[in-house]
Structures are given as C-alpha cells and as structure tokens.
Design a protein around this ligand. Structure first.
Ligand code: 5AD
Ligand code: SF4
Length: 501
C-alpha cells in the first residue's frame, strides 16, 4: 500500500518486450536505454553465430574487487552477458574475462595489475578470449595510460558511469570492425545521467541489492571515491519502489539499499525525498521481509531516520557507521563534519531507539599527522561503542586527494604497531559480542548449503551474523528461528527451533 493508503500499482514493461520493439534494420538509436537494447540484440545474434562456428558454448568470468556497489554492478554485467548468450564460468581462461576494479586503496590496484600479468599466458591458450576492465580504477587517467602502455592484452575498458555500454563495446570488438588489436576505451566523466532498465540479475534468488543513488559529494580528504564515482545523484523513488516490487514478485524477501552515503538520498531530486521517507515506502511493499542499507555517513544520519528504524518491523538490526577516526582534530582534517562527541551521542541515540542494534564501522589508521593522542581517541571510541565488527584500514595515499599533499605522513612502523593494536581490540570486542549472544534465538535467512559440511546450511541473522546449523536445501530462502549454540569468533553454530514464522 502506498503512504496515502491507495494501492500502489506500477506497471513496468518487461525487458524482453522492450528489446523486441527495437528494429535492427535501422541504424542504432542515439538515446539510452534503446541504444543498449539494440546492441544487446545485435550481440546476441553475433554470439549465437560464434557458438555455432566454434561448436561449443561461450563462457564469461567476472572478478569483482571492492565494495557492495561494485558487487551490484557485476550482477548487472552478468545479466547483460547471460542475455547475449554467455555462460558464467570460474575459469580464468574463459572467452570473456572481466575485472571490475576498486581503487580505494593502492593495494587494490596492485592486485589488478598482478592478475593482468597472469592473463597473458591464459590468453595465449584461448585466442578467442576478450579481456575487459571496468570499475573505479578505470576512472583514473594514469591507470588507463599505464594499461595502454604495458597491458596490450586488454581489449575493452569502460568506467563506472557507463556499464550499459558493455554490449556495444563487445559487439564492436567481436565484429572486428576496428581491427582486432585495437583497445576499445570508453570512459565517461562528470555525467549526471542515470540509465534505468538494465537487465537485472542477482546472485541469490531471495535477496538482492538495489542502488538508490550513485556517487558522493563528501570529499573526505583521504578518499578517491568522489573523483572516480562522480557527484551524488539519486534515483527517483518510483523507480526504486518499482524495482524492489519486481524483485519481490520474483521471490526476493530481503533487499539491501545501496549508496555511498544513503543518508543524503533524495536531496538532488526535483521533488526532494528523505532517506527515511524512502524507507517507509519500501517498508510498505507486501511480501518484502527484510531491509538493509549501506553506507551511512554519521553527519547525515537524521533523527527522522532513527525514529523510522525504531518503529520498523522490516529494517534489520544492523547499522554500518564509519568512524574513520576517533580524534575530533583528525576528523576535521579528514573533512568528516562530526566530532568524537557527536559520534558517541549519535550511537547513544540509535541504541536508545534500537537497543539490540549491531554496529559495524570502518577505521583508518595512520592518516597524515596522526599522533599518539589521536590514536588513543580512536581506541577510546572503539571501546566505548563496542562494535560488533570493524573494518580496519591502513591509510593509503591516493593521488589527487587533498591528504596526498599532506607532508606529515606517519612512519610505516608506527602505523603497523597501531594497526595491530587496533585489530586486536576490535577482535576482542567482537568475540565478546558474539559470546553475549550465545543461547539466544534469532531469525536466520538461510542463504546456501554449507560449503565445508553438507549436513549444515548457512544464513544470516537480522544483525547480520553468520550462522551454520543442521538443515537441507529446502531451507534456502526461508527465515527460520535458530538457537545460537556456540560462538566461533565471527560466526555461530546453531540449532533450529521448532516454530513456524
Ligand atoms: N586509505 C585507507 N582507507 C581508505 N578508505 C577510503 N579511502 C581510504 C584511503 N585512502 C576506507 C574508508 C572507507 C572505506 C570504504 O575505505 O574507511 O569507509
Ligand atoms: Fe569516500 Fe567520504 Fe564519500 Fe565515503 S563519504 S565515499 S569515505 S568521500
């Protein structure tokens, strides 16, 4: 039901219907999404002819680095690849090998270069192989220059703004109109365009991610994301609701709403909507049972949102709230717009509204100029908040960000010592948290059969804890009450409690 009490009926034309309407005898349409549909159909014909000629299926291998946004983009890419006729494969010798890259820290880049080096041999073994690169790293000019010079085995490069170009680029590559050796590069910068209606694909039948916004306007001084993902732009609430409704009709019971900073959702829309208002609309979708979201910036987490979280029956009891540093002095230099005290007060407020919420965070160690006192403040917040888990990162200098210009970089051995100290504290606290939960009964959404022990299934609680318990494939996709019998650090062994939901 819609908020005004009227039943919300959103009819959307299926992808197949739209694709069929495209006339392949005409030149490619100029506007999206029709242009990508045109090339998807052209490519499908091409792939079908290639399969006949080779007498075997064509395979695609996609490797994803980085965050949930990249994971979601990779699902969309797989959707396009499946539609045009490729089969997914684990092999690095597949006919189409794609790396969806991350550049948030330097080591993410190094991993990609390492993989590209290894691919040289694989490509010799499979001369039909097409190698493609996309994602945040490709939005950096010097990366593309380096690839052009040193990794001639790459065939296609596209960026974070134009995934929908994939079919067109691959069609051009395979139809060989520009010569086989040519590297096709299509990177967009500064666009505000959002192309709706990409073919949708998801890893699990019963849960999936939905982008609610793209880009980031925050310019935290260490972070490269605003430069590679562009300015913040929100999708229209109607498009989001329609997508989730379609997913629910297709068997989804849990959604993860995705954005770099979901708390500032809707500000740039013609008719602005707050994130809390969007959540209330998502909550109304019949059949949907669980809602998660990430990432929340502490500076934009409103009282309105806390109130919605407090009264919601569907929003999971989990909040990812990046701290980055516990030092108010450093937070200022990081351009985070909150202090240590603001953060702690916010945590108190959230815990009052949702007492059993699980809190997770991101913390950077070794930001330029970090003193012992700054680090002690970080440790203090970690102890006081008691995170269920925390991602800890060593500061990585990213060219083009303000922090990269700062001269007072912290010596490596000091950073390493602080990092180890922080990690030990974080692990101690999460072990304590899991021990405290032992014996409780939690609702677990079962995701899959356990990979090591086939008598077990694996799922997640509302607080996002992983639980393994005895069960069979019939549990997959269902929410089951489970007693957490034993804590094993980051996960639990449980047993099913007989009661229907
Ligand atoms: N160095 C280390 N960690 C970083 N992050 C972002 N930029 C950097 C950097 N330059 C971390 C932040 C962010 C997470 C996704 O990555 O903690 O929340
Ligand atoms: Fe990077 Fe800050 Fe934006 Fe997060 S909020 S993506 S850390 S600039």
């Amino acid at each position: 039901m819609a908020m005004n009490g009227k039943k919300e009926v959103i009819h959307r034309e299926g992808m197949e219907e739209k694709l069929k309407k495209i006339d392949l005898m005409l030149p490619p349409p100029e506007t999206e999404p029709d242009r990508q549909y045109y090339f998807m159909r052209k490519l499908r014909e091409q792939v079908s002819a290639m399969k006949k000629e080779l007498g075997r299926p064509l395979t695609a291998n996609i490797t994803t680095f980085g965050c949930q946004m990249n994971a979601r983009d990779s699902e969309k890419i797989l959707g396009i690849m499946r539609y045009v006729g490729y089969e997914e494969s684990d092999s690095q010798e597949a006919d189409f090998v794609l790396y969806n890259t991350c550049t948030v820290r330097e080591n993410a880049n190094l991993k990609v270069y390492g993989r590209l080096g290894q691919l040289k041999t694989a490509k010799r073994k499979n001369p039909n192989m097409v190698v493609a690169l996309c994602g945040c790293m490709m939005q950096e000019e010097e990366v593309v220059e380096k690839i052009k010079k040193s990794y001639r085995n790459v065939d296609i490069i596209f960026g974070t703004h134009n995934i929908f170009k994939l079919a067109e680029l691959l069609f051009r590559k395979l139809s060989d109109c520009e010569g086989n050796a040519k590297m096709l590069i299509d990177i967009w910068e500064g666009t505000t365009e959002i192309v709706e209606d990409l073919p949708n694909e998801r890893k699990y039948k019963f849960k999936g991610g939905v982008n609610i916004m793209f880009g980031c306007n925050n310019f935290c001084s260490y972070c490269i994301v605003p430069y590679v993902r562009g300015r913040e732009r929100s999708r229209e609430p109607e498009d989001i609701i329609a997508e989730i409704t379609d997913m629910v009709n297709d068997g989804v019971i849990e959604v993860m709403l995705l954005g770099q900073n979901v708390n500032s959702y809707g500000k740039n829309l013609k008719h602005p909507v707050t994130f809390a208002q969007l959540l209330e609309r998502v909550e109304q979708i019949e059949g949907l049972k669980r809602i998660r979201f990430m990432t929340s910036h502490p500076k934009d987490l409103s009282d309105e949102l806390i109130a919605v979280m407090g009264r919601s029956r569907k929003i999971c009891k989990q909040l990812h709230l990046p701290l980055q540093s516990g030092s108010s002095r450093l937070l200022k230099i990081m351009n985070r717009h909150y202090t240590k005290e603001d953060y702690l007060l916010l945590v108190d407020k959230i815990r009052r509204a949702v007492p059993d919420i699980s809190l997770t965070t991101d913390i950077i160690v070794g930001f330029p100029g970090e003193t012992e006192e700054d680090f002690a403040d970080t440790m203090d917040v970690v102890e006081r908040v008691g995170y269920d888990s925390a991602f800890t990162f060593i500061y990585s200098k990213r060219t083009g960000t303000p922090a990269a210009q700062m001269e007072n970089q912290v010596p490596e051995e000091i950073v390493k010592k602080r990092f180890d100290q922080l990690l030990a504290a974080v692990q101690d606290i999460s072990a304590r948290k899991t021990r405290e939960k032992t014996g409780s009964v939690q609702e677990v959404l079962v995701e899959e059969k356990n990979k090591q022990d086939s008598s077990l299934v694996t799922g997640r609680t509302s607080q996002n804890y992983v639980v393994h318990f005895p069960g069979d494939a019939s549990f997959i996709g269902k929410i089951v009450p489970v007693r957490l019998e034993e804590s094993k650090g980051f996960y639990f062994i449980g047993s099913r409690v007989e009661q229907a939901r």
